[in-house]
Every structure is written in C-alpha cells, then in structure tokens.
Design a protein around this ligand. Sequence first.
Ligand SMILES: Cc1ncc(COP(=O)(O)O)c(C=O)c1O
Length: 389
Amino acid sequence: MKFSTKVQIPQSATVTINSIAQQKKLAGERIFNLSAGEPMMNTARYLEKAVQDAMQSGKTLYPPVAGLPELRKKASDWMNTNYQTSYSPQNTLITCGGKFGIYLSLQALLNDEDEVIIIAPYWVSYPSMVSLFGGKPMIVTTKEQDQWKVRPDDIRNICTEKTKMLILNNASNPTGVLYTKDELMLILEVAKEKNLIVLSDEVYSGLTYDDKTYTSCASIEKNSDNLIVIQSCSKNFGMTGWRVGFVFASENFIKMLTKIQGQSITGTSIISQYAAIAALEQSEIITHEIHKEMESRRDFFSSTFNKVFHTNIPQPQSSLYHFIPLSAFGIQNSDDITFCEQVLTNGNVALVPGSAFGCAGYIRTSFGANKNELKESIEALASHLQFSA
Ligand SMILES: Cc1ncc(COP(=O)(O)O)c(C=O)c1O
C-alpha cells in the first residue's frame, strides 16, 4: 500500500518510549518510568458522582459537536477568571484533549509550504503535526544559558513571506520555561509586525512554581483574530485519560473547527465532558492539590537527583519536567538517543532523549509520578550508571 507523502512522519518519541516500557512491563519486568507526561494523582474521585449521574440518567448519546453548552460556558468562565481573558462560550470549542485542538487548528490553517515557527526545544508533536498538513516547520533554537527563552529578534529574523504561524508554548514541555508578561508582549509585537497567527499552547498554565504567576497571551491580545489558545483538563486537573481539551479563539475560527470536528471525531466522549464540568466546578481545589503536590515532587526530584549524581540541575519554573544535559552524568558525547535506549533496555529506566524535542545532548525526566517511584527510579538509574550517593 502506498501511503500519502504527508504521513511520512516519525512516531512520537514519548509514545515510543512508553510503549517499549509497556511491553517490558507486560513481560513481567519492573519499569522505572520517568518518561510519562502526566501528573499522576487520583483526581477521579472528584468526578465520580457527576459521571455516575450522567450515565444513570442516560446522557450517553452523541454530544453537540462543539461540546456541551454548559461545558463551553464553564470553560470560558474558568479561563476568564483565572487568566484575565474575555472569551464567550462561542469562542470555545471542546475537543479530544489539547492535542486534537492543535491538530484541528493546523488543519484549518495550513496550505502546502506554509511556514510555521516552532521554538526548540519543542513539544514532540508540533513539527510532525505541521508536516502532516503540508506545512514547513521553521525551528528557532534556544539555549540553556538563556534559560531556554526565545529572543524576539530570532523570531523576526527567521520570517519569510511564507511564514504564517508561530507556535508558542508558555510553561513549556520539555524545559519548563515560563515567560513574563513583558517578554510575551515583545514576542506578540513581533508576531503582529510579521502578521503571524499565534497558536499559544497553555496546557501547563496551572503548573507554575515558586509563586510565579501565569500570563495567558489572550490577556494581552484580547479578542484578536490572530490568536488561538489551547487549553486542557489533562495537566491542570490531572485528567489525561479523560481526553478533554479546549480551543479558545475567534467565533469564526471556532465555527470552522467545529465543521472539521463534525466531519472527523464528532466530539470527545460525552461522559468525559460531564467529568470536565465537575472538574471545572471544583477547579480551585483540584488545581491547588495538584499544584502543591507537583511543586513538592519537583523539589524532591531535584534534591534526590543532585545528591545521587553529585550535580546541580536547574529547577524548572513550570510544567512537569527536568531537561538535563548528559554532562550531569559525566557523559561528554551528545548521543542522547543511544543513552536512553541503553538505559531502558539494560537498566529498565524510561527517559526521553532530548533529540525528540529538537535538542541533542539532553534527556527529559518527568516528576509526575509519586515520590517513592521517583526515588526508586533515580536509584535504578544511578545503579545502572554505577553512581553511588
Ligand atoms: C506542550 C503540550 N501541549 C499539548 C499537550 C496535549 O495534552 P492533552 O492532549 O492531553 O490535552 C501536551 C501533552 O503532553 C503537551 O505536553
């Protein structure tokens, strides 16, 4: 069978690592999983009753394509209250995770050869999704010594007449970089100057640490036709498996995405949408609980890691990850892929190579698991690499 040239994309590296880890688990091996991108907590208890009520009252038919009206209203209210935006339910699409919101947005916008600026280290799926729709990823690379922050001039300088979009991931996977309001204003100014559509991926907005506040691009560019904000219940409410995400954008854009959603997935599960309504109703409690726990796991991870590996890795200001240079293990070459394969195959520790994020010579670890799991994983890694505390 001859596949379309547009689908010649690599499989997501995080999914690949997770599936090797799953296979080993099925074979009865103990896996130390530092690769999963999720806050592992039992928040389902907050949602159980809402889901049971929905099922018992037969609310199990197709959902409205754009999402349950009550959820669209609650999601836009949540966004406006927490991030000083001004969205209405008509500016809101409920979809299958933030990921499908990004996918739909790129599908709606890209023509062949349209250029999309992506800032590296980037979330693994951006370049592949851009390529899937015929677009051309234009990578702007940032550096650890600049705290992984992009310089507005670097965005300006890479633009050509074919550049259509900028994908910005504030509170980032994998580096945890967090932009201030002033920094975002400068970036958005360049986007305006170059007439770029900005897709702002804000799915980690609830996970910012050390009392840092989160600024949504939509609080700066209110009601802009050229701004799309991606949000999600996954990380904010510990609901990764429920698959509920939000797209906030102009009414016109939401109507277009609704049309595509109607001809593709119809919408995300209605049961999950009732769970999301319950999560939004209790969002303050849930976000506080997850935030507090993740900040504590972050601190625990870095202090344990530093002690075991006699190093001093930087603290991420947001999200769920440490992005660690191989030099932290005393390794000078930059073959992170071989390193991760060996560590998983022989040491049973799952990490993600920096190359998957467009940055060789690093690995990404996740502190989403509980402290016991984190401790055992660091110890397993140390034992495999023959380090002792
Ligand atoms: C940066 C980033 N954006 C979007 C997503 C998509 O999340 P979800 O589809 O679970 O909402 C993820 C998931 O890992 C992510 O890391």
